[in-house]
Design a binder for this molecule. Structure first.
Ligand code: FAS
Ligand code: PHB
Length: 390
């Protein structure tokens, strides 16, 4: 088989890139090592920046997102038993975010891709990129007992943190930056109305908590937990009681509970692998970088990577110019590092670190105090949260 762009990974990065290319008439094939249902069974992000919303529209997959997504003009920081609202819309001159689950975004892209007839090969084992520094890049994979080969012009490694694409690059060609946080997030999904119409990020002596949602009838809650925590230790009753302890009383009393239907623990890390381009192989999204979800940036960074790569490929095929693909890594990393900084700062400000000194605690309190009394500080947080320009 031959295609123009071979994409490894049918997550948000791969699907968004694949559909943008399809809309532009550039042939592409997506391969994933698992099936659709497995991908759709993963519960992840919940907040979309306007840039991500616009890319979904550009990919012609945004209809349900606009119908069912929840535009949000702000969110609250809760600490010392009180709330402080960050007015995203007012502080950023009219920008907002869209609350719409990554699972639904992925489903919309999959459904639209099927309608366009673009090819996705699921359950493709041992996908491997080859000759991406040479003139004949290709992918090989195993399926139904046969090894297959896809010749292509370019390879997009959209295969996440544990994927094959970054691993195909010699370690000597990579520079890796990493910070592992001493805690994780225990998250649940339950079909109950959200405790508030906007998100609440809570800093409490017992640990961080986040009140989010997927719709007016489905809530997503998280609490900070130790890295070695076990899901089996957390029945629903224990989770709800701990969540309530970490919220101001007026919110705790308003929490509506019901049996959860999803419960998972996510470790938190900051990770960046540089550069993001190796000849005709491009690393995209989680394949190149990971952020703690405190800033709601992971999925949105994947989207901006796709924006830069897609426009570079358009220039290559339509204008016979390689300027865009040559600039991809530098452009993407510039935005990545600003989001890594923001996600780190939000994580440092909102969580209780096991090894925090009294001094560290006072700095955290001063950061929150500064944020709630300075328009400049709140504006800086707001412009990062809604998403810095592409
Ligand atoms: P993904 O990991 O989503 O997709 C990669 C795809 O590649 C997968 O379908 C995988 O099956 C496939 N793949 C992997 N290896 C392969 C191989 N060798 N061959 C073929 N296919 C292969 N972000 C937020 O903004 N907010 C959150 O709350 C949030 N929570 C998260 C919770 C968890 C547990 C995790 C892991 C991430 C979370 N994220 C969150 C970040 C997440 O949303 C990612 O940023 C987003 O999934 C990135 O999308 P992709 O780059 O497409 O990678
Ligand atoms: C979510 O709804 O899953 C979510 C929202 C905001 C975050 C992280 C996760 O910062």
């Amino acid at each position: 088989m031959r295609t123009q762009v071979a994409i490894i990974g049918s997550g948000p990065s791969g699907l968004l890139l694949g559909q943008l290319l399809t809309e532009a008439g550039i042939e592409n094939v997506i391969l994933d090592r698992v099936g659709k249902d497995y991908i759709l069974g993963r519960v992840r992000a919940g907040v979309l920046e306007e840039g991500t919303v616009n890319l979904m529209d550009q990919a012609k997959a945004g209809v349900r997102m606009h119908a069912e997504g929840l535009p949000h003009d702000g969110f609250s920081l809760a600490f010392d038993g009180r709330d402080h609202r960050i007015d995203l819309f007012g502080l950023t001159g009219g920008k907002r975010v869209m609350v719409y689950g990554q699972t639904e975004l992925t489903r919309d892209l999959m459904d639209h891709r099927e309608k366009t007839g673009a090819l996705t090969i699921y359950d493709a084992a041992d996908v491997q990129p080859h000759d991406f520094n040479g003139r004949h890049p290709c992918l090989t994979y195993n399926k139904d007992g046969t090894t297959h080969r896809i010749n292509c012009d370019f390879i997009a490694g959209c295969d996440g943190f544990h994927g094959a694409s970054r691993k195909a690059v010699p370690e000597s060609s990579l520079r890796v930056f990493e910070k592992v946080y001493p805690f994780g997030w225990l998250g649940i999904l339950a079909d109950v109305p959200p405790v508030s119409h906007e998100l609440i990020y809570a800093n409490h002596p017992r640990g961080f908590a986040l009140c989010s949602m997927r719709s007016q009838t489905r809530s997503r809650y998280y609490i900070q937990c130790p890295l070695d925590e076990k899901i089996d230790n957390w029945g629903d009753d224990r989770f709800w009681a701990e969540l309530r302890r970490r919220l101001p009383t007026h919110h705790a009393d308003a929490v509506i509970t019901a049996p959860s239907f999803e419960k998972s623990i996510a470790p938190l890390r900051s990770f960046v692998s540089e550069p993001m381009r190796f000849g005709r192989l491009f690393l995209v999204g989680d394949a190149a970088h990971i952020v703690p979800p405190t800033g709601a940036k992971g999925l949105n960074l994947a989207a901006s990577d796709v924006h830069y790569l897609f426009n570079g490929l358009i220039e290559h095929y339509q204008d016979r110019s390689n300027a865009g693909i040559d600039a991809y890594s530098e452009r993407a990393l510039s935005r990545v590092w600003k989001a890594v900084r923001f996600s780190w700062s939000m994580t440092r400000m909102m969580h209780r670190f096991p090894d925090a000194s009294d001094f560290d605690q006072k700095i955290q309190e001063a950061e929150l105090d500064y944020l709630t009394h300075s328009q400049a500080a709140a504006t800086a947080l707001a412009e990062n949260y809604v998403g810095l320009p592409y």
